[in-house]
Every structure is written in structure tokens, then in C-alpha cells.
Design a binder for this molecule. Structure first.
Ligand SMILES: [Zn+2]
Length: 605
């Protein structure tokens, strides 16, 4: 663990402009610097770096972060390694603190979980070296020690409670939350036997272990492939606080550089496929994790690159998975982005194919992958009788709900034209094939986390405070309710800024909350890009906006207090002090209403 004080001091010392300029040539533009984004393909620069905020933001793909985040993202370093790298650049020595003793208050369980997953990984990796059986298994699969190390492969021994040696508190609730153990069902007292108590045992036994990393390089889960004959062949971690299957892609952490270089991400079905492809030099492959492809998976990859190719097994399950991937891709496709499908021979999966045919054959096959538009049309056509009118009508009926999901104008038009040709009609003659005109999606940008809602006052304050942290001193924390996540995040930011020195940068604020429960909310508040937008800094306006928002908070606060007092009054008479307070609150509200919304009280004449 690296102490938070050190990280703050480090970010006070490094200049994000120097850090980024080492890799991406920056040009001065007003108070900011600009370049073509290193994280997505573009010809006009939308990647902005702010020296005053010590923060970067790309208006094209939504990438953003502080200096540490840039080094992680650009060089593929873990969080601690990125800190070490930056420290070295400015000649600072990184102090290490053993264990979780960081002296921070409530570092959110998440951090403890991350540490535990890392401990488990180290254990499994050590066990792999000791297991001739597991080593033999990997060798038979043609994997080198180098690839095993790169993907952090390990081995869970064939024992019920081997993790007892890793976690001294094996029976604790915290260990349960790692998803690495299972509690057995307590038995019934049948057949005269005594009642069996619930027992805890290791989830993974006798399996080669594949750690699943998040975009920070943290271990968030595991996949395990059995080395013997048992069932199931593949077993994954359950969903935990860290691990959400529909979001994560196995191997993305290791593959991100290769994916960017090739401007292509290859999606396969299993972690063994990913590792086998990497062994043969195809390093831009990732896998879904025991779930079908989700729109979030596709959106995540299309933010990174322009081309995604799905390569599933040649059997019928693989074909089904491919069709599912097509369905979820439709709404997230944009013009200029391409999704294609590679179908291997029926008896193959990517692992067997690349081992037998080699990487150049695999790459050649990728180049012949079927574009989504073609796959969509030919797959539906193959299921109906295109020679009859009824068949062609059926063809259109099946295609309609799919095509209407495509929002990319050019691609949509192309597919409609093709459908029309095949059914022998003009595109205009086909009813209901136009794209559904719903509310515009917020994009490009981070994948939507559910429906966009009106921003809370707390979030609006947060967005302004993040633009200029010193302004946080003007916000009264007493007014901020702690009932919501936004409220708690705002409280935490206000408290942090109050205790810090003047001139705190956004980069430092983000570093302080890295890995805490507030991190995701802060990230979302920044996500819209307004923190680094190109409007020249009009700090006076920010202050005025904050004052206005604070008035609204104040009003909400007095409404809550007034309601409280009114409820109290039903139980018995209020004290004189309470009565006075209630009267004052009522007057204040009336005054505020008069000022803010004169329309509510039309003058009676
Ligand atoms: Zn970008």
C-alpha cells in the first residue's frame, strides 16, 4: 500500500502536461493543451489537457483522468506501478506501508476485497509452480511459462479448505464476500442422523486459475478450468461487489495495447481461447465471462477501437452466441464502426484452430469475417423460403424489429436497401423499417448506466466544485443531506477540500477518492466533460452558480425541517422555540416562492 499523503504530494509535484507530452505531442490551445487522442482513432484533436486542473479529458471518446490514470491507461500499468513510474520521473522515493494500514478512515470494503483477491492470486500462482499436474496440463495446451506469467495463471489445489492458509479469518463474512468460498446447506435431521451444521469450503478446487482483471489491473474475480475429468469444466467467480459479469471482458487488461495498435478487438468465448491466441501472437483477443455478450461489452470495445470481430466456436452453441452478439450490437453501432463475425469450422474453437493452423491462418480468416449487415440479412433469409411471397413477407417481419434498432444512419440505410432488394420492393414501400426516433442517446461517451435522469442539486454542485476545488469552501456542508449517494459524495469532497491546502487540483481530488465508494459517482460527474470544456474559465459565474444551487439546497433543507416540525406538532404542542422556528421557516419559504416563481401566485385582481 502506498500512503495517500505521498500520492497527494506526488501529484503536487508532477505536471500532467510533461507526463503526457512524453508520449503524445501536445499543442498549446488557450489555457489548455491539445492533441489527437491516443485512446481512440481521430484526425482532429479532441484530447484536452488542463495544467491548472492537472487533468485530461477526451471529448471524442470520453477518456479522462489525472496523471496516474494516464500512465495506467497509456502504458498498461497497475495503479501502484503507475505511481512508482511517476515518482521515478520526478525523483521521489515511494514509501511502502505493509498491509491495509493506510490510516484512512473507512476505505470502503472494496479496497479490502481487492487486497484479498490479490492475496488469493499470489497463493494460486505459488501453487501452480508446485503442481506437476497443472504444469503438465498447460504444457499439453502448448502454453509457455511466459504466457502463464503474463496472464497470471495459477492453480487451486484439490483440497476443501486450502484458502485457510491464506485467510486467517477464513470463516468471516469478509472472506465470503470474495466469492472464493461456499457455505454448504445445513443438513436435515433425517434418518436419525444428527443435524449437520453448515460448512465452509473453497469454491475452486483442482483447477487452473485465470484471474480476471478490471481496467485498473485489479483482480476482481477468477475463472477456473478443471484439470481432471470433473464437472463443470469451467467455473467462474460469482458476481461480487467487485465483479459484474455483464461489464467485464477477460483479457482486456493485457490486450488493450494490441487492440489499439490493430484497431481491432477479437471477442472469443473462453479464457483458454484468449490465452492460446496470445501464445500464438494474436494478442488482441478478449472473452466474455460465462455470460452472453451484452451491449455494455460491445460499447466498451467500440469506445476503444473502430472494429470488433466476434469469433465463436463453429458448433450450434457458437452460432447462437454469435446471433445474440449481433442483437446486442445493433443499438450501439455507429457509422464508421464495424462489427463482423468469424465462423470457424464446426469442430473448431479458436484455441484448436490457432494451434493447428497457426496465427497467420487465423489472421487471414479474420480478414474474411462476415460484416454484421451481411450476416443479419443472410441469416434471416436462410430461415425462410425466399422464393414465395409468404416467405419474403416473413423475412421482412423478422428483420423489422432488428433493423429499427440501428441508429447509425448510413448503416441503417444500407441494410434497408439490401432488405428491399431481396424482397423485391423499394425501400420506401416497406412499412415500419425506419429507425425508431427515440430521445437522442448521450454519446459518444461512457456507456450509459441506465436511464439518464435529471441531475440532483448535489451532483450539480459536485460538478462545479470539481472544476475548481477551492470553491468547495463556500459550500455549507450542513445543508447537504446525506441520504443519497450524491449527497454523501459531496460531503466527502467538501470535507477533503476544507482540510487540504489552497490550490488543490482536480487530479488530486480524484486520487484521494480512488478505490473508495465515491469513486464511481465522481467519475460520472466528470464524465460529461464539462469540467474541461472549452468555455474560458469564468470563475465568477461558477461562484454565482454555486450560490444559486446553495439557495436551492437551503430551501430544500428548510422544507425538510418544516415537515419535521409539523409532524412533531401532531404529537403535542411545540415549544415556543420550535413555534418560532416553524414560523420563520414558513415565512422564508413564502418569500423564496415569491422570488423564484412569481407565476405560482398570480395576483388576484
Ligand atoms: Zn479519445
Amino acid at each position: 500500500m502506498i500512503p495517500q499523503d505521498f500520492i497527494q504530494a506526488l501529484l503536487g509535484r508532477v505536471d500532467i502536461v510533461d507526463v503526457i507530452d512524453r508520449h503524445v505531442k501536445l499543442k498549446k490551445a488557450g489555457t489548455n493543451f491539445k492533441a489527437c487522442c491516443p485512446f481512440h482513432n481521430e484526425k482532429t484533436p479532441s484530447f484536452n489537457v488542463s495544467p491548472s486542473k492537472q487533468f485530461y479529458h477526451c471529448f471524442g471518446c470520453g477518456a479522462h483522468g489525472n496523471a496516474i490514470g494516464f500512465v495506467m491507461e497509456y502504458s498498461g500499468f497497475t495503479y501502484p506501478d503507475a505511481i512508482r513510474e511517476l515518482a521515478q520521473q520526478v525523483g521521489m522515493e515511494v514509501p511502502e506501508v505493509r498491509g491495509a494500514a493506510t490510516g484512512r478512515t473507512a476505505p470502503a470494503q472494496v479496497r479490502g476485497l481487492v487486497d484479498r483477491m490479490m492475496e488469493a492470486l499470489n497463493y494460486y500462482r505459488g501453487e501452480l509452480k508446485k503442481s506437476p499436474e497443472a504444469i503438465d496440463y498447460l504444457k499439453r495446451r502448448g502454453l509457455s511459462g511466459e504466457i502463464a506469467a503474463r496472464y497470471g495463471l495459477g492453480f487451486a489445489p484439490e483440497a476443501w479448505q486450502s484458502l485457510k492458509g491464506v485467510f486467517a479469518d477464513y470463516e468471516s463474512e469478509e472472506v465470503k464476500e470474495t466469492g472464493l468460498v461456499i457455505d454448504s446447506e445445513p443438513g436435515d435431521a433425517s434418518d436419525g442422523e444428527p443435524v449437520r451444521k453448515s460448512r465452509r469450503y473453497d469454491r475452486f478446487r483442482g483447477r487452473v486459475m485465470f484471474p480476471i482483471l478490471d481496467s485498473r489491473g485489479n483482480v476482481i474475480g477468477f475463472g477456473g478450468r478443471i484439470t481432471g475429468d470433473g464437472e463443470p469444466k469451467y467455473l467462474n467467480s460469482p458476481e461480487t461487489q467487485l465483479f459484474e459479469k455483464g461489464r467485464e471482458l477477460y483479457g482486456l487488461w493485457q490486450a488493450r495495447r494490441a487492440i489499439r495498435d490493430a484497431n481491432l478487438a477479437v471477442v472469443v468465448e473462453g479464457y483458454m481461447d484468449v490465452v492460446a491466441l496470445a501464445q500464438h501472437g494474436v494478442e488482441n483477443a478478449v472473452a466474455t465471462l460465462g455470460t452472453a455478450t451484452t451491449p455494455m461489452h460491445v460499447a466498451k470495445l467500440l469506445r476503444l477501437v473502430d472494429n470488433v470481430a466476434f469469433c465463436f466456436d463453429g458448433d450450434s452453441a457458437g452460432r447462437k452466441a454469435a446471433w445474440k452478439a449481433l442483437e446486442v450490437s445493433l443499438p450501439v453501432l455507429a457509422d464508421g464502426k464495424s462489427v463482423a463475425f468469424l465462423f470457424l469450422p464446426a469442430e473448431d474453437d479458436p484455441d484448436t484452430f490457432v494451434r493447428r493452423e497457426g496465427s497467420s491462418a487465423f489472421v487471414a480468416a479474420l480478414e474474411r469475417a462476415v460484416p454484421l449487415s451481411q450476416y443479419l440479412v443472410s441469416e434471416i433469409a436462410s430461415k425462410v423460403d425466399m422464393r414465395s411471397e409468404e416467405g419474403r413477407a416473413r423475412f421482412l417481419a423478422v428483420a423489422r424489429p432488428l433493423v429499427t434498432q440501428i441508429e447509425a444512419p448510413a448503416l441503417g440505410a444500407m441494410i434497408r436497401k439490401r432488405l428491399a432488394e431481396m424482397s423485391g420492393l423499394d425501400a420506401e414501400q416497406i412499412p415500419g423499417l425506419g429507425p425508431v426516433r427515440g430521445p437522442a442517446r448521450p454519446r459518444p461517451g461512457p456507456a450509459p448506466r441506465g436511464i439518464r435522469q435529471a441531475l440532483s442539486v448535489e451532483t450539480q454542485i459536485l460538478q462545479r466544485v470539481l472544476r475548481k476545488p477551492d470553491l468547495a469552501r463556500s459550500v455549507d456542508p450542513e445543508l447537504v443531506p446525506e441520504g443519497s449517494g450524491d449527497g454523501r459524495a459531496l460531503h466527502a469532497v467538501l470535507a477533503f477540500v476544507r482540510e487540504a491546502e489552497q490550490g488543490l487540483t482536480l487530479g488530486q481530488v480524484i486520487a484521494h477518492f480512488e478505490g473508495t465508494e465515491h469513486a464511481a459517482l465522481l467519475d460520472a460527474a466528470i464524465g460529461g466533460g464539462s469540467v474541461l470544456d472549452e468555455v474560458p474559465e469564468a470563475e465568477l459565474d461558477l461562484a454565482a452558480e454555486l450560490a444559486g444551487l446553495q439557495d436551492r439546497l437551503g430551501l430544500m433543507h428548510s422544507e425538510r425541517r418544516k415537515a419535521e416540525l409539523e409532524v412533531r406538532a401532531q404529537d403535542g404542542p411545540l415549544t415556543p422555540a420550535e413555534q418560532a422556528e416553524l414560523a420563520a421557516l414558513t415565512a422564508r419559504q413564502a418569500a423564496a416562492k415569491g422570488v423564484n416563481s412569481p407565476l405560482e401566485k398570480p395576483p388576484k385582481q
